[in-house]
Design a binder for this molecule. Structure first.
Ligand code: ATP
Ligand code: MG
Length: 362
């Protein structure tokens, strides 16, 4: 799939931005604080109804305005779709072909993107919340019902925690339910990692010139043949501890995606460069996985890869993307930041003060 046209109005510093990206490659370059990441954020927002920089949608509305709008024409194997999202102080209103979408499920998935940005380094640095979210996103791509599963889990967890905090009795009622849904979240993530893990390993090997071979595993504090039984046992045994702490100490919300290179974990023993390669490998694997399970390539958004990767890794990234048939949109302070060996169907834009001006390319 690809985005054929994008416009943003009153979105951060983008006042009336129009973009017709390249079929394959688009480079957005310019000085700091001009609107490069804002443009990528607008595309990401159109795709995910969320920003990767803020949880408050009103941050996206221009300082000087009351509302903003992002629109795009998306081409996929299903045809051309017009997607747009309006944002104001009350929230966001997503539309597909002019029709307001009441449920997230009916909107998400029509335009799929994968983002690599400097904050992804935290994934490699061992932020387990981000790693769980990564696995959940990968699972969602192959199984959209994972979102429903996760929401149910969060709801039951919240109710159990509220009861723990209140000091009242009756926790056992929630144990069964939490174990039931928790086991299905756990199993779905394990199944995903079985497939995505080897892809991450392979890409990381490529990015490190075959010198490093990371292994990925999913670890829980409950284990056994029957995951539901094992979790239920842990929950029951942990009543006193949980009451003391005021929250649930066991469950998939505490599980870990562990990455080892050799004997040590990457966050404790890896170098900065190895961590950078890993965060990129994780995202490139998500891109491959999204293409495999979705039947077409997601759009790849790369925010300022030059700030994270050294010239060697940048050129290996260029080689990887040279083989990639999907659309890639990259921001950088320099027009030639990613050395693409064959920049076909490429467009380059200079970003200045929230405006985009095409500057040559092929
Ligand atoms: P860098 O190379 O430093 O990453 P950039 O071109 O990616 O720069 P952006 O993150 O896109 O820069 O930000 C561009 C400008 O948008 C910044 O000056 C920022 O202050 C401004 N900005 C952020 N939010 C808003 C908003 N809600 N309204 C207006 N301007 C905003
Ligand atoms: Mg930026």
């Amino acid at each position: 799939m690809r985005i054929a046209r994008l416009s943003a109005l009153g979105f951060r510093n983008l006042e009336g931005m129009e973009l017709v990206p390249g079929r394959r490659l688009t480079v957005l370059f310019g000085n700091n604080a001009q609107g490069k990441t804002n443009t990528l954020e607008a595309i990401y927002f159109l795709s995910n109804l969320q920003s990767f920089r803020t949880h408050r949608v009103r941050d996206l509305v221009a300082f000087s305005g009351e509302e903003s709008r992002v629109s795009g024409q998306v081409e996929s194997r299903l045809g051309t779709t017009r997607m747009d999202v309006a944002v104001d102080s009350r929230g966001r209103v997503p539309r597909v072909d002019g029709k307001v979408q009441e449920s997230l499920g009916s909107y998400l998935g029509a335009f799929r993107t994968v983002l690599f940005c400097p904050q992804d380094l935290d994934l490699a640095r061992g932020n387990q919340e981000l790693r769980r979210r990564y696995l959940d996103r990968a699972t969602f791509l192959s199984d959209p019902s994972h979102l429903v599963r996760l929401r149910q889990y969060q709801r039951v967890l919240k109710q159990r925690n509220a009861l723990l905090k209140s000091g009242q009795d009756g926790i056992s009622v929630w144990d069964e339910r939490l174990a039931e849904i928790g086991a299905s979240v756990h199993d779905a993530r394990v199944r995903t990692l079985e497939q995505v893990g080897p892809v991450v390993t392979k890409i990381h090997e490529f990015l490190s010139d075959s010198r490093e071979r990371p292994s990925l595993s999913y670890e829980s504090d409950f284990s056994g043949e029957d995951v539901r039984e094992a979790l239920l046992r842990r929950l029951r045994e942990g009543h006193e501890r949980d009451k003391r702490l005021g929250f649930t100490g066991f469950g998939p919300h505490r599980d870990r995606l562990v990455v080892r290179i050799g004997a040590g974990t990457i966050e404790r023993h890896g170098s900065q460069g190895q961590m950078r390669s890993l965060s990129l490998s994780l995202k490139l694997a998500l891109l491959r996985w999204g293409a495999q399970v979705g039947g077409e390539d997601p759009v790849f958004l790369l925010d300022d890869p030059g700030s994270e990767l050294d010239p060697k890794r940048l050129s290996l990234l260029g080689e990887f993307l040279d083989d990639w048939t999907g659309q890639v949109i990259v921001t950088s302070t320099r027009a030639d930041a990613v050395p693409f060996p064959h920049p076909v169907d490429c467009k380059t834009f200079r970003v200045e003060g929230g405006r985009l001006v095409e500057s040559g390319g092929e």
